[in-house]
Design a binder for this molecule. Sequence first.
Ligand code: G3P
Ligand code: CA
Length: 269
Amino acid sequence: APAPTAAEGPAAPVVIGHRGVPVEAPENTLASIDRAARLGTVWVENDVQRTKDGALIVMHDTTLDRTTDAKRRYPGRAPWKVGDFTLDEIEKLDAGSWYDSRFTGERVPTLDRYLRRVDDNHQKLLLEVKAPELYPGIERQIVAELRRSGWLDRRHIDEALVVQSFSAPSLKTLHKLRPDLKKGFLGAPKAADLPSYAAFADQINPDHTRITADWIDAAHALKGPHGRRLEVCAWTVDDEDKAVGLARMGVDGIITNAPHVIAAALDDD
Ligand code: G3P
Ligand code: CA
């Protein structure tokens, strides 16, 4: 898209469904991204972790108990850490009934199935490497899975995929493995420290409460590893006025639990 003129203000931010659309369907499930797709949400965010036997799955918490029936199914296995369970055990869990009985039988997706569904839905993915310190070597595995699923072709790399993490070491590892992959650092480094992040990150994605217009300008003044202006995506913004305010400040993306609501508010502005 052409650069906006001063009179037009900044381009509208991209709206990203946080864990899918968790105000409508259980987070980090295929049902959630399907619902997001039906509501017109193109970009979805997820969280990737690893099972005891080395499979990559989509789940936010590092324990299984909040978003599945793990406590009931495996009562003697507290604290139900993701990495203490095999894929076979995790695939037996119900990841929907905690949310609403309409979603009973929903499963914890493997990354493989999730990537295929994002493609089938013509969606795009902000993939978070969650708690990589618990899963040594997960970066190499994620790259291998992306390759197997056809996600390392030009179209995905250029337009449909960003990998983000709170862990700078993890992103640096990914950058060494695949310099061409777009990466996002989750956090709000001091403006003076931003150049060191721009060496490996194309996006800096902070908690929205940490953002000021000056900080956005400092990020935008820098170029990322691919020679493009650093982008800023704010999380997790469910308030429409707040989203409009951040858009006016110039954020490039808004990560939200209610992407359809926020997209409508930005359209109306
Ligand atoms: O995408 C930003 C956000 O997901 C980071 O926090 O805890 O929801 O993974 P969290
Ligand atoms: Ca996340």
